[in-house]
Design a protein around this ligand. Structure first.
Ligand SMILES: [Zn+2]
Length: 134
């Protein structure tokens, strides 16, 4: 299976309404990628998608497939639509987004950094092993 593209579906673990946002890992740890991660993000209902402002060491880029939005980060506003790439540099707080369409579909491409928490989809690094109770 080396080099094969595997797909995995996950629901957003912080979202009360399941299926509002969905991630499909396209390239991750299971595919032997260690420094690069790609997932497809689908937001079915942007009106009910809460803001999740955050920052991380990883560099992150969104390649928009469907939908458009205004991304606020680093003191600027980037208006993006299908075919556009939004690049978030390392350490820049982001994810304040004004959605301009009822749904969104985009690729999230990000580096894997040991200092960061796992990606939202959890597929960018080895699964966390639970230690047995002593
Ligand atoms: Zn991010």
């Amino acid at each position: 299976m080396r080099g094969a593209v595997l797909t995995h579906f996950f629901s957003y673990k912080y979202q009360k309404e399941p299926m509002s946002i969905q991630y499909q890992s396209l390239l991750g740890y299971r595919d032997e990628a260690r420094r690069l991660h790609i997932h497809l993000t689908e937001i079915a209902d942007t009106a009910n998608h809460p803001a999740y402002e955050h920052e991380h060491v990883a560099e992150e880029a969104f390649y928009l497939l469907e939908g458009s939005a205004k991304y606020h980060f680093g003191g600027k506003i980037v208006h993006a639509g299908p075919g556009d790439v939004v690049f978030i540099p390392s350490g820049v707080r982001h994810a304040k987004i004004e959605y301009l369409s009822p749904s969104m579909r985009y690729l999230t491409i990000r580096t894997v950094e040991p200092e960061d928490e796992a990606c939202c989809c959890g597929e960018d690094r080895a699964p966390i092993s639970l230690k047995p109770c002593s």
